[in-house]
Design a protein around this ligand. Structure first.
Ligand code: PLP
Length: 369
């Protein structure tokens, strides 16, 4: 009997997935073009350009001697600290291998083939990926001014809808929804539909702009808020994030979660980073100044850029493939976003002042080539 190739046995909905394409690693560009890695500027993955908090580094060093043991699968100390910080019960917190993992866990626990998940055009790429991986159907709602159209998203909910994803601020557009609009949306979504509010960039918002949505969960148990230690907390490589939700929803996620999904060094570092409030404040300040620097630069160059509430900015450069390539040759890595339906745009992460300057110089040359 002829046997079909094993890859062909994967479900159609898995074979239809377009794999996630991340920012180009510094080492890869260095290898390809024979550059010194230290000379390359990477503004491609919305990382914190400052390097980690020294307190987080010390916590990693202190925990390193214990790596022969499995981590605490329930992350007792970190959940206690997060619970105290956010005013929620530790049972309401699910830790993830990055907040990406939390998004995956929600789909794993709640989506089955035939179900629908609603998200906006130009929203974070993991929503379609996680939805498709479950054989569920993604319902894409056209963007309004590049951001989420909450009225249209509400109207897109059907009896099959299980999850609505909302990114605030959104990546890659940097658009932001004010707390009142979000709260009205959460209130209007039927209670059997989960609203996943992705706040990976929350700490970059000015305090007055932050929604404090975790306080709405008691009244709205269909709300899941996800946060990340990868961005303003500067721990992207460790892969740690968390979700806050009703304890009964958390129980469902914990049933499908790998027992040890968050490693011990990540837990130790996150605990120290959480306590280092000065680091986060300084990251926010540096980001605000860096964004202003980039926006002035774009204005000087006559380049349209979307006002951003994240640690990145979307700029319309025309032939983005060509400009991206020219920037790479100048040792500057940014992110093309054609896969987000934005083929004329590039996403630039806010760097240190000298990195932003280097990018703007290279962009000016690239545009005049
Ligand atoms: C909107 C948004 N959500 C979630 C994530 C996932 O981040 P992490 O898994 O590093 O916490 C990202 C990463 O870029 C993002 O942009």
């Amino acid at each position: 009997m002829p046997t079909a190739a094993p890859a062909a046995q994967a479900p159609d909905y898995v074979r239809r997935i377009s794999p996630y394409v991340g920012g180009k690693p510094i080492e890869e560009l260095a290898r390809e073009l024979g550059f010194d890695p230290a000379s390359i500027v990477k503004l491609a993955s919305n990382e914190n350009p400052r390097g980690p908090s020294p307190k987080a580094v010390a916590a990693i060093a202190a925990a390193a001697g214990d790596v022969t043991r499995y981590p605490d699968g329930n992350a007792y100390a970190l959940k206690q600290a997060l619970g105290a910080r956010l005013g929620v019960d530790p049972d309401q917190i699910v830790l993830g291998n990055g907040s990406n993992d939390v998004l995956e866990l929600v789909t794993h626990a709640f989506l089955r083939p035939g179900d629908e998940a609603v998200y906006a055009e130009h929203a974070f790429a993991v929503y379609p990926l996680a939805t498709q991986a479950r054989g569920a159907t993604g319902v894409v709602v056209p963007a309004r001014d590049y951001g989420h159209d909450l009225t249209a998203m509400l109207a897109a909910i059907t009896p099959r809808t299980r999850i609505v994803f909302v990114a605030n601020p959104n990546n890659p557009t940097g658009t932001w929804l004010p707390p009142e609009a979000l709260r009205a949306f959460v209130t209007a979504v039927p209670p059997q539909v989960l609203v996943v509010l992705d706040e990976a960039y929350n700490e970059y918002l000015e305090p007055a702009q932050q929604a404090h949505a975790t306080r709405w969960i008691a009244e709205h148990p269909h709300l899941v808020v996800s946060r990340s230690f990868s961005k303003a907390y500067g721990l992207a490589a460790l892969r740690i994030g968390y979700g806050i939700m009703d304890a009964a929803v958390a129980d469902m996620l914990n049933r499908v979660r790998q027992p040890f999904n968050v490693n011990a060094l990540a837990q130790a570092a996150a605990l120290a980073a959480l306590a280092d409030t000065g680091y986060v404040e300084e990251s926010r300040r540096l980001n605000r100044e860096g964004l202003a620097q980039l926006m002035h630069g774009f204005e000087r160059l006559g380049v349209t850029a979307l006002p951003s509430h994240g640690n990145f900015v979307l700029a319309k450069v025309g032939d983005a493939v060509r400009v991206y390539g020219a920037l790479l040759k100048a040792g500057v890595i940014v992110r093309p976003v054609a896969n987000y339906g934005l083929p004329e745009w590039l996403r630039i992460t806010v760097g240190l002042p000298q990195e932003n300057e280097r990018f703007l110089g290279a962009l000016g040359n690239a545009l005049h080539e």
